[in-house]
Design a protein around this ligand. Structure first.
Ligand SMILES: [Zn+2]
Ligand SMILES: [Zn+2]
Length: 347
């Protein structure tokens, strides 16, 4: 079958690889109908996630239909239309039993290499899904692939960040970073009825999209964003800040953008070993700094799919490029260079 594979750092290839099969009792084999390129796939390709074997299949956002199931799968059968979670929790540990699936110490990730369970990804014609009863969610026939797809990763990740920020009706909110996850966080935050959302980025296409989702764009290449937000809130800062970048300058900006006693919810993936946080300031201003880690997609995707079905969120609006899987290498180039906001691929 055709698949997009990791070739070497910085290099994605289109390859002909063996079609996967059901291996364990809990597995399902899913025939992919739509898949997408995620920002975290770029981390893999560019070497921020070590342990990728050349030739392994990339990708963890997918929809499709179940083609075969192992003997232990009880919730799905051949022909079921499903969306997949990007992570594969064990389903049995203390964290999984409590519903904290993203804290599972044994969680694996599709297409993320040997440190994440060595499970082939979904940018392919088929994917083998371990723990299928947990890792797949049935999709209402009324929802198109493009509408439901992001419930398995970026929309629910944005929702996780918004939930952890504990936004109350009437709150002011800042979202730092308007990449796909930041834009999803804006859509999710709107569900909590804030009075105002500031959306901070430097890319005009992303700021325009943030504006269509009801946020006020703040172009950090034109203004000093923390000063702008303080000026707009009588010098206080906003009640909540959603940090969707994952770099130290963004996180430090968040501490200048949040009001005293406010909440910072961090979903941007940080890989720096240390943070030079002005501790006395953080203490005196009583900043509530919450790291979301990997989002609890399986714990929140019922809610995410309900929001999408109700029309409260339209994640598919961020799709900028629709391509064939066979053109996926070009899709990676467009996404890496930020020409594409979001690329979906169909086999
Ligand atoms: Zn992802
Ligand atoms: Zn577990």
């Amino acid at each position: 079958m055709q698949a997009l594979v990791f070739e070497d750092f910085g290099r994605v290839g289109l390859a002909d690889v063996p079609k996967p099969a059901v291996e364990g009792d809990g597995d399902a084999l899913v025939k992919i109908s739509t898949t997408a390129i995620c920002g975290s796939d770029l981390h893999v390709v560019h070497g921020r996630i070590p342990g990728m074997t050349p030739g392994s299949v990339l990708g963890h956002e997918f929809m499709g239909s179940v083609e075969a199931v192992g003997r232990g799968v009880t919730r799905f059968t051949e022909g079921d239309r499903v969306v997949g979670s990007f992570t594969i929790p064990c389903g049995e540990c203390w964290f999984c039993r409590k519903g904290f699936f993203s804290r599972c110490p044994d969680q694996r990730v599709f297409g993320y290499g040997s440190f994440f369970g060595d499970v082939n990804g979904a940018q392919a014609e088929y994917v083998r899904v371990p723990n299928a009863d947990l890792v797949l969610h049935a999709v209402d026939p009324a929802l198109s692939d493009e509408r439901a797809l992001f419930a398995g990763d970026i929309f629910t990740t944005g929702l996780d960040c918004a939930v952890e920020a504990r936004i109350a009706p009437g709150d002011t909110v800042t979202v730092i970073g308007c990449g796909p996850v930041g834009l999803m966080a804006i859509q999710a935050a709107q569900a909590f009825q804030p009075s105002h959302i500031f959306a901070v980025d430097t890319v005009s296409q992303r700021l325009e999209m943030a504006q269509t989702f009801g946020a006020e764009p703040v172009d950090a290449s034109a203004v000093h964003a923390p000063s702008y937000i303080q000026d707009a809130t009588d010098g206080r800062g906003t009640d909540a800040v959603l940090e969707c970048v994952g770099l130290i300058p963004a996180l430090l900006d968040a501490t200048d953008m949040v009001r005293a006693g406010g909440r910072i919810s961090v979903i941007g993936v940080h890989s720096d070993p240390e943070l030079p946080l002005p501790l006395n300031m953080a203490f005196v201003r009583a900043i509530d700094l919450k790291f979301c880690g990997t989002a609890n997609v399986i714990g929140r995707w019922d809610e995410a799919l309900r929001m999408i079905a109700d029309g409260a969120a339209h994640p598919e609006e961020i799709i900028s490029h629709r391509m064939k899987l066979g053109d996926g290498v070009r899709g990676y180039e467009l996404f890496s260079s930020r020409e594409a906001l979001k690329v979906v691929l169909t086999p």
